[in-house]
Design a protein around this ligand. Sequence first.
Ligand code: UD1
Ligand code: CA
Length: 454
Amino acid sequence: MKVSAVILAAGKGVRMVSALPKILHPVAGKPMTAHIIDQVKAAGISDIVLVIGFGRQQVEEALSERQIKFVVQEQQLGTGHALMQAAEAVDHDGQVLVLAGDTPLLTAALLKELIDYHKEQGAKATVLSCMTDNPYGYGRIIRDNEGYLERIVEEKDADADQKTIKEINSGIYCFDAGLVFDCLSQLKNNNAQQEYYLTEVFEIMKRENKPVAVFMSPDSESVYGINDREQLAFAESVIRRRKNLELMKGGVTISDPLSTFIDSEVKIGPDTVILPFTLIEGSTVIGQNCVIGPGTRISSSLIGNGVHIESSRINEAEIADDCNIGPFAYLRPGVVLHNGVKVGDFVEVKKSIIGENSKIPHLSYVGDAQVGKGVNIGAGTITCNYDGQHKYPTVLEDGVFIGSNTNLVAPVRIGKNSTTGAGSTITKDVEENSLAIERAPQKNISGWAKRSKE
Ligand code: UD1
Ligand code: CA
């Protein structure tokens, strides 16, 4: 049986107090709606329609890679009206899962349970409910004396008795697609909010003697909806906790999960140790047997096996096996370190390729450089890569030794196995196997200290 999905996400999310549409607010590094889309896909559903309205261009751009269809609801006239907009984008022959764009804690497992229950019951419409101690604001599930669903009542339409009901509508449903779109055309907006409520579909189906069902979620966390920034922070904490658990199950040691922040897309190999106060973000992939942290932030970088990184910032860099980074190193976009490279304390590297077993141990800036194998870059070395208008390359061939405090004024090339004298400002290319030295000869003036005092 074919199942497609419609995610209702046209609303503004007023309580976020934000210029960004609510559904694009990131949770653990990805837009909250992207979490839902990814879980729907993980449940085996590939036909996904997103109903958009507020900030639609921004939403389409942010989610363009996810291969979903977009339909526009020009005016937000209610959840029923929102689903109606998807009528032509959905296959009417199968079932349709309907969700909201603001429940990022939803899991593929729960969606599958809902779909299975809907099928087992032979229902035409099934609502996912859950029990909560604080039902305020939600639609309530009204059951008859035998426990069957009678209808769903919104907070604003509920009487005092109904408001005490703790079983709420999660806003997630499974419908017979053909039938639900038929019923939508019968919706009326004579309620407190003068909206076309999707929930009214249950009453309409019951009037037509179609079987409807309620599937109660075993936990209320999975259907948690985000309306404000406090709830956003809670969802973030849950997703991070789940991510840490998943990594630990896969063999990663996280010595203090509460001070470790790892985005949902990150991958880390077994026997890697993550030390406290560490953030690992974006599409970062880390290999096995690494030690990362304490106090490190890594964004969208590729890191091999056996790499050690302490108290450093790594942004869009590639680091091969057995490299040693930090403490206090800064690797910026476009950096590629080959195997066994050392980048030590207070070193900044930008858009440079550093060859196997080369070392930049202390206090240097290396930018737009191509560094060969076995190169040693002395403390305080600076590539002077910028003349105020353009950036120029520095090339250090294999086996080069750069003396401490060298200025390499780019464009410049130092040939294989050559050395620069400490404190030199190198402005001209150096051929292989040479020494380049640029500094005034030292003068010692004897008795100077005594004379100057007199
Ligand atoms: C809805 C349910 C309520 C349920 C709650 C769960 C209805 C009438 N009520 O209420 O029973 O307990 O969700 O969170 O359905 N949307 C549109 N277009 C619209 C209106 C809404 O796309 O015209 C989208 C919103 O962007 C949001 C979702 O639908 O993602 C839910 O809308 P919202 O206004 O939050 O509904 P609730 O009042 O919370
Ligand atoms: Ca809501």
